[in-house]
Design a binder for this molecule. Structure first.
Ligand SMILES: Nc1nc2c(c(=O)[nH]1)N[C@H]1C(S)=C(S)[C@@H](COP(=O)(O)O)O[C@H]1N2
Ligand SMILES: [Mo]
Length: 438
């Protein structure tokens, strides 16, 4: 066996060999910063040290078996995989009450995601007729209707156009729908998991419209998928010219089959349903096309029995992910509360957090500069006194739109709606440390 370099020296470089007294003093400094209740943005950062005050460092500095031998070879997994210890960080599926087995969705494990980008293997899925496995060489995108020169593009054609990469969230308008009638008892993966955020790469739709010379009479575009559901929606031309993308890559690699490979439409901030996957056709017309998905479905039934149609924008919303139901707090003391906020109207301006069910609020700190129509991470320190608590977050976007309480939402829209629920979410904390959606 090979001789190891001096492990102690290597660890001293990494700053891990503090004497117990040094560690103790540092810890005391950190603890002094802890006021009662929520800790504001400035003070909380220094407090998140997980080290135990009286821990004896000696056993922890023993050499572990994996430090004494060669590790797995390079290309252990030619396509990398998470640690086997993260086996439970997976999408969960829900089969919907539908006549076909392909009508299903899977939910992203938001409670185990820590930044704002959803890894490709964990992006939520919503299919109306399963996942078509498409040969990219055989795939075509037709652009026709009110245009000067109709065109059929191959994937190779599309890859030659000037491209952009942008970070945006994608949310199904059915997300959080089960909270309309009050707390569902479900954890955040189930209540909010029809949500992801990726870096999307493709061609601006406006570029393709210029290419075919669109007629100024055209006000709507029909987008149609190549799946068995032939999913189709009408897109206002204004959105198409503004920020719509014809996407072929997510998070740096080509789209996954379940997210639209080889080509999808992407409409930033609009309900997920309109971002047609496996895109095969765009047809320009004067009127909306009144497809099944925008007449019978994806409309919002109001208390007076009428339905709102073409409710495209996903409203201002936020949710606490850590901690959330499934987590258990281990005793009174410091915790960081962290979650995500987003708005289909633009950037997140502010997120406030309450630990007393909305009686008092404190401003959370936002990571970096919030991006347009993307998830924004918020964080705030919390000193739990060990008593009952109720954690809530409330987002405000750059247009001044404030995330409503469930009561405010119900007063405006009744409880007939399925889609577009963006109410403030509440996690109950028991003195035992157990969290629940109650
Ligand atoms: N062709 C096609 N496009 C589709 C769908 C579909 O079933 N077929 N589902 C829509 C719905 S309802 C949503 S919420 C999003 C989900 O995208 P994702 O599966 O990549 O998360 O795709 C939309 N585009
Ligand atoms: Mo959806």
């Amino acid at each position: 066996m090979q001789q190891r370099p001096d492990a102690g020296a290597a660890r001293a470089d990494a700053g891990l060999t503090q004497t117990p007294t040094q560690a103790h003093a540092g810890r005391r400094r950190a603890l002094k910063g802890m006021a009662a209740g929520l800790l504001g943005a400035a003070s909380s950062q220094a407090l998140a040290s997980p080290a135990r005050v009286d821990a004896d460092p000696a056993p922890a500095l023993d050499i572990a078996p994996w430090s004494l031998r060669q590790g797995e070879p390079v290309l252990w997994h030619p396509y990398g995989q998470p640690s086997s210890h993260e086996r439970d960080v997976v999408r969960r599926s829900v089969t919907l009450k539908a006549a076909t087995p392909g009508a299903a969705s899977s939910l992203a494990p938001l409670h185990k995601l820590y930044g704002t980008i959803t890894p490709n293997g964990l992006v939520f899925e919503r299919h109306h007729a399963g996942i078509p496995l498409i040969d990219p060489d055989a795939h075509r995108l037709a652009l026709h209707g009110l245009v000067k020169s109709p065109r059929v593009f191959t994937m190779d054609d599309l890859l030659r156009f000037p491209s952009v990469s942008r970070i945006h969230f994608l949310e199904c308008s059915g997300n959080t729908g089960r909270e309309w009638n009050g707390p569902s008892g479900q954890p955040v993966q189930v209540t909010h998991g029809l949500l992801s955020c990726c870096e999307w790469t493709g061609v601006p739709l406006s570029t393709l419209l210029d290419e075919v010379g669109y007629d100024r009479e055209a006000k709507w575009i029909l987008a149609e998928g190549a799946d068995g559901a032939a999913m189709s929606r009408s897109i206002p031309i204004r959105k198409a010219l503004d920020d719509a993308l014809i996407v072929y890559a997510q998070n740096g690699e080509r789209l996954r089959p379940e997210n639209g490979y080889p080509l999808r439409l992407f409409l930033p901030g609009f309900e997920g349903n309109m971002s047609i996957k496996w895109l095969r056709r765009l047809k320009l017309g004067r009127e909306p096309f009144m497809t099944r998905e925008e007449t019978s479905k994806y409309t919002d039934l109001m208390p007076d029995g009428r339905a709102d149609q073409f409710t495209f924008v996903m409203e201002t919303k936020s949710v606490i992910l850590q901690p959330s139901p499934g987590y258990r707090l281990r005793g009174a003391g410091f915790y960081e509360i962290s979650g995500i906020a987003w708005s289909g109207r633009g950037r997140i301006r502010q997120v406030d957090v309450s630990t007393d069910g909305g009686r008092s609020w404190q401003r959370a700190r936002l990571d970096g500069d919030p991006l347009n129509r993307a998830l924004t991470r918020f964080r705030i320190g919390w000193q739990w006194d060990g008593g009952p608590a109720r954690l809530q977050s409330r987002a405000v976007d750059e247009t001044g739109e404030v995330q409503p309480t469930r009561e405010q939402l119900v007063a405006r829209r009744g409880v007939n709606s399925t889609y577009h629920y963006n109410g403030i979410q509440s996690w109950k904390v028991d003195p035992s440390g157990e969290l629940s959606n109650a």
